[in-house]
Write a protein that binds this ligand. Structure first.
Ligand code: MSP
Length: 535
């Protein structure tokens, strides 16, 4: 269960390699985590979304040097020019942004390391293995495949399709092997810890084969862009060991102040950690073992989502299939971006992106299905009732049915989000969009408006549809916050601020105050000119 009864809802995204250019794969992880955070906030919970950047390691050192810069200055520039703007582009409401070069992170990574060293979980040893710089990870034989093209005849990393480097190192090791059984016991006792089910099975099978100790430092003779090992300054911390700790250093781990200690107690363990399936093992194996070694609880859940595929391949900058999020939002807007990726792909499975599918869904589902519904209803209230919310004069079975669909939509969507089934949540909400469109088609308010004796029935029909729009605004707010804010403004201030509307009450009928005057509603999802539809 991702929720933590009586506690805050804490959700994290992976921290992004600062060196990469943000693409829609990164944005996908962000949007999913943001939707979960906003939904729980809309339930009235103290919801906290953390994201940030992963700034140490050899890759960033090399690119900074190639750009005649120092790694910190280079990272500052990338955070300012690429990563913070990404959050604006896709409308992320994060409560914090952690950078692994910040003092609050560095000093507490050292504290954590020292603690594990003092308690015997870290020792000095030597290791030889195949290292992939792209993954920043040692690879086993099973992780390698036969190379193609330039690399034919040699083994390459299955993820990066590039050769691995044979490394022989003397450095510090974390006793990961000691956690094979404790992790298996933990998975068994917490069957929802790794989701989805297929990901869980894969991780459990991997751990059952037995874990090896993990090299967690690098000699400074090779490169020195990282956090010093506190008891041996000739070594720096392995970048993944450093990066994983962001989830606790950002919320006060290791800090002295009472306020931060309280914050840590409130937020940890995280409710759900959203990661791409390529980095699931780090989060579902190494990370919980690190926490167990330090006497801390693992997160409640790690959710491994699928990949965005472009032309059938994992979209990535290095394979030149990367699409920048603003290529989409410049034309379609951030709401459409958020909606599209959450609705078109089952969260947890791979999904293909195509401009055609995006355009088609924008037009059919957002512009026609939802946007037109809202503007037609509000326009009719202006036309037939001078913009004043009409009262209802006795609900008939068809009207009560709309109320029932609304209630079920709210309950089912809430249950789906609890299960991190984000697409199912939108499908549940869309049952109400479809119901309202059908209801209007059958009730024909424009026909009722022609005869004065039908005035009361017309009032009831428009009151019912306005109630339906109110429910939609609340349920869709975590997904398409810009459009719902506009709709809410048009619904008038008859039920208070949108932010205070709780999901749990959204399906209760009859909350709009009659007699209140509605605002005007601009087109929520305007028509997009044909030439920009197909890029
Ligand atoms: N820095 C590490 C994470 C450290 S977390 C302690 C990292 N960074 S990353 O920038 O490469 O990836 C961040 C996230 O973006 C991952 O969840 C990854 O799966 C996601 N994606 C990158 N490309 C993707 C797709 N094509 N599709 C979906 N998500 C993908 O790994």
């Amino acid at each position: 269960m991702p929720s933590n009864p009586g506690k805050s809802f804490y959700v994290t995204t992976p921290i992004f390699y600062v060196n990469d250019a943000p693409h829609i794969g990164h944005a996908y992880t962000e949007v999913a985590a943001d939707v979960l955070a906003r939904w729980h906030r809309q339930r009235g919970e103290n919801s906290f979304l953390l994201t940030g950047t992963d700034e140490h390691g050899e890759k960033i050192l090399r690119t900074a040097a190639a750009n005649q810069s120092t790694p910190k200055v280079w990272a500052d520039k990338l955070v300012e020019e690429a990563w913070l703007p990404l959050l604006e582009t896709i409308d992320i409401d994060n409560q914090d942004f952690i950078r692994t070069t910040e003092p609050r992170h560095e000093r507490n990574v050292q504290k954590f390391l020292q603690h594990l060293y003092d308690t015997g979980f870290i020792y000095r040893g030597s290791y030889e293995g195949n290292y992939c710089v792209g993954c920043e990870e040692y690879k086993t034989e099973a992780d390698l495949i036969d190379g193609q093209g330039d690399f034919a005849g040699i083994s390459v990393c299955a993820i990066h399709s590039k050769p691995v480097e044979k490394l022989q190192e003397t450095n510090y090791f974390f006793k990961l092997s000691e956690f094979t059984q404790p992790l298996l016991d933990f998975y068994e006792a917490n069957p929802k810890f790794i989701q989805p089910e297929s990901a869980r099975n894969e991780v459990v099978a991997f751990v059952r084969r037995g874990l090896e100790d993990l090299s967690i430092s690098r000699s400074k003779e090779k490169f020195d862009w990282g956090i010093d090992i506190p008891w041996d300054e000739s070594h720096i911390t392995y970048v993944w060991f450093d990066a994983l700790l962001n989830y606790i250093t950002a919320i006060g781990y290791g800090e002295e102040s009472a306020e931060l200690q309280q914050k840590f107690a409130d937020l940890w363990p995280a409710s759900v950690q959203v990661v791409g399936k390529d980095i699931l093992r780090f989060h579902a194996v190494i990370w919980p073992a690190m926490l167990m070694a330090a006497g801390l609880s693992p997160a409640n859940q790690v959710f491994g989502h699928g990949w965005l595929l472009v032309g059938g391949e994992k979209m990535s900058k290095s394979k030149l299939t990367g699409i920048a999020p603003n290529q989409i939002t410049d034309t379609f807007g951030s709401d459409a971006f958020r909606y599209y990726f959450m609705k078109a792909i089952a969260f947890g499975q791979d999904g293909s992106f195509s401009w055609e599918d995006l355009s088609a869904r924008y037009q059919a589902e957002l512009a026609n299905g939802f946007g037109n519904l809202a503007s037609r209803v509000i326009a009719m209230v202006h036309r037939y009732f001078d913009g004043v919310v009409p009262e209802e004069f006795g609900l008939e079975a068809v009207d009560l049915h709309v109320a029932e669909v609304a209630k079920a939509a709210a309950q089912n969507a809430d249950a789906a989000i609890e299960a991190v089934a984000i697409q199912d949540a939108l499908n549940s909400i869309w049952t109400l969009v479809d119901e309202l469109n059908n209801y209007i088609t059958v009730q024909e308010p424009w026909v009722l408006a022609k005869s004065p004796e039908n005035k009361e029935r017309l009032a009831t029909v428009l009151n019912t549809t306005l109630e339906g729009l109110r429910v939609l605004a609340v349920l869709l707010n975590p997904f398409i916050p810009k459009a719902t804010a506009k709709l809410w403004a048009a619904l008038g201030d008859s039920v208070g601020e949108l932010a205070t509307q709780q999901i749990q009450n959204a399906g209760n009928w009859g909350q709009l105050t009659t007699g209140v005057t509605l605002g005007q509603l601009e087109a929520l999802f305007p028509r997009i000119e044909a030439e920009s539809e197909t890029k």
